[in-house]
Write a protein that binds this ligand. Structure first.
Ligand SMILES: *[C@@H]1O[C@H](CO)[C@@H](O)[C@H](O)[C@H]1NC(C)=O
Ligand SMILES: *[C@@H]1O[C@H](CO)[C@@H](O)[C@H](O)[C@H]1NC(C)=O
Length: 441
């Protein structure tokens, strides 16, 4: 027992001797209680580095910026003339804080906490200064205008620290058409990267594109780039033949697609360009490159029956669409006959779904599917088709001899057409329809 006690004293004694040898003034040397925690803060904000020391006693603490070897502070004194810096201490000199306000990216780096022992002791901590994302405007695309089927490359250059991620998407949430890849069209909802390359743009690709840059440091930023795709006008006439009674009002319509926005007009068969007035009401509704143009003719008179054309013209070309207005007798006995201004006569024998109520005109007139388009020549020929179908014994059978004169609505006289039509279309609309259904079902 006593032997063990003696041994322990001997050990303590040895320790005292060793301590006295290494440090003459103080029995306990200062030491770091823990590593300096790394700090991270965004540019413009404040960061605090913390150095925790045991047994500092009368020794002094200095902060040093490692990369520039700058002495920043000694005890509580800030050395450089930099009022962003401040040193505080707490907990009876155990904790020493270096505060840096209004951070700059140049503040990023290692900081050393040093104690003036002999030899000195130190430890280092890292300050990371983050930078929220930003768009580098000079390297980023502005709005783009191209012709259809060209390729487009949009760029969005983002700066920030850490390096931002750039995501592309369409503002309207539709898929981005990257263009044909092999045989297939490749579309994505989102695309990542500085560039958005599209190999063959179509009119559907027109719209606003957003590039969004983010790096985890708020706020994320985005840039809106408008893509304009130019193409020449296309015209689709839904009802190429419209029937209306004397003294009634009628609306003729043309659907256009064009970009840039075309100049449009309605022209009567005598070449007169129609303007808004008591007789005519011209309206135009545009949804991006799609335009719905309508002509309302009020209080129909004999001379109003005949051909009309809608015309659209832009920098890439012009197109015309034709509508024929024919006279019908006012609706009579059949109930629900209030809105019988438009009617459709089937053309092709064997069109199977003429009887379907929703769109009998589709097959009847050989009008293409709603999203396809026709131009002037097509609409003409379809009208011819429709007229010539009378040979096949449709209800237009009185038409055949006279129609040759009326083949070209633009050139020549169709003034007689209204009289012709009158005799031709005296059957009430619903009746004609029923007949058509019976004939072609
Ligand atoms: C502090 O940051 C430096 C530099 O990024 C790194 O090497 C070190 O491991 C980090 N220390 C801690 C405790 O995270
Ligand atoms: C996109 O196009 C740009 C130039 O127009 C090119 O530098 C870039 O490499 C292309 N990016 C991709 C992913 O094809």
């Amino acid at each position: 027992m006593s032997k063990m006690v003696f041994g322990r004293y001997a050990l303590i004694g040895l320790c005292i001797v060793l301590t006295a040898l290494t440090s003459a003034q103080s029995p306990k040397r200062p030491s770091f209680a823990e590593p300096i925690p790394n700090a991270t803060a965004a540019v413009g904000r404040e960061a605090v580095l913390q150095c925790t020391i045991d047994n500092l006693d009368t020794y002094k603490v200095a902060w040093i910026k490692v990369d520039t070897e700058t002495l920043l502070s000694y005890h509580t004194h800030v050395i450089p003339r930099d009022n962003r810096l401040k040193v505080t201490n707490s907990n009876s000199d155990r904790q020493w804080f270096l505060h840096i306000k209004n951070l700059d990216v140049s503040d990023r780096g290692f900081y050393m906490c040093q104690i003036n022992t002999e030899p000195m002791i130190s430890e280092k901590g890292y300050l990371d200064v983050t930078v929220p994302p930003s768009i580098v405007e000079e390297d980023t695309s502005t709005d783009i205008t191209v012709d259809e089927r060209s390729k487009v490359s949009m760029r969005c250059k983002a700066a920030g620290y850490p390096k931002p991620r750039v995501i592309w998407r369409r503002e309207d949430g539709k898929e981005i058409n990257l263009g044909p890849m092999g045989a297939q069209k490749s579309s994505v909802l989102r695309m990542e990267g500085e560039f958005l390359n599209m190999t063959q743009v179509t009119r559907e690709d027109m719209g606003a594109y957003l590039c969004i840059a983010s790096n985890g440091i708020p706020p994320s930023v985005s840039k809106r780039i408008l893509l304009h795709v130019n193409f020449q006008p296309k015209i689709r006439v839904l009802n190429q033949m419209v029937g209306a009674a004397l003294s009634s009002d009628v609306v003729l319509g043309c659907r256009l697609e064009a970009s840039p926005r075309p100049l449009t007009s309605w022209i009567r068969n005598d070449g007169v360009i129609l303007l808004n007035n008591k007789k005519y009401e011209l309206t135009e509704e545009a949804d991006s490159y799609r335009i719905n143009m309508q002509l309302k003719i009020k209080n129909l008179e004999e001379k109003d029956f005949g051909h009309y054309k809608c015309v659209a013209k832009n920098t890439l070309g012009d197109k015309e669409g034709f509508v024929r207005l024919i006279e019908i007798s006012p609706p009579t006995s059949i109930p629900h006959s209030t809105q019988s201004q438009e009617f459709y006569v089937p053309v092709h024998k064997g069109s199977s779904d003429v009887s379907k109520n929703d769109s009998p005109m589709k097959k009847g007139y050989g009008i293409p599917a709603p999203n396809s388009l026709r131009d002037e020549s097509q609409s003409l020929s379809s009208e011819e088709k429709q007229l010539s179908s009378s040979k096949d014994g449709s209800i237009l059978d009185t038409d055949t001899p006279k129609r040759k004169q009326n083949q070209h609505p633009t050139q020549g006289s169709q003034t007689d057409s209204s009289g012709l039509c009158q005799s031709r279309f005296s059957i009430p609309v619903q009746l004609a329809f029923l007949l058509a259904v019976l004939l072609f079902d």
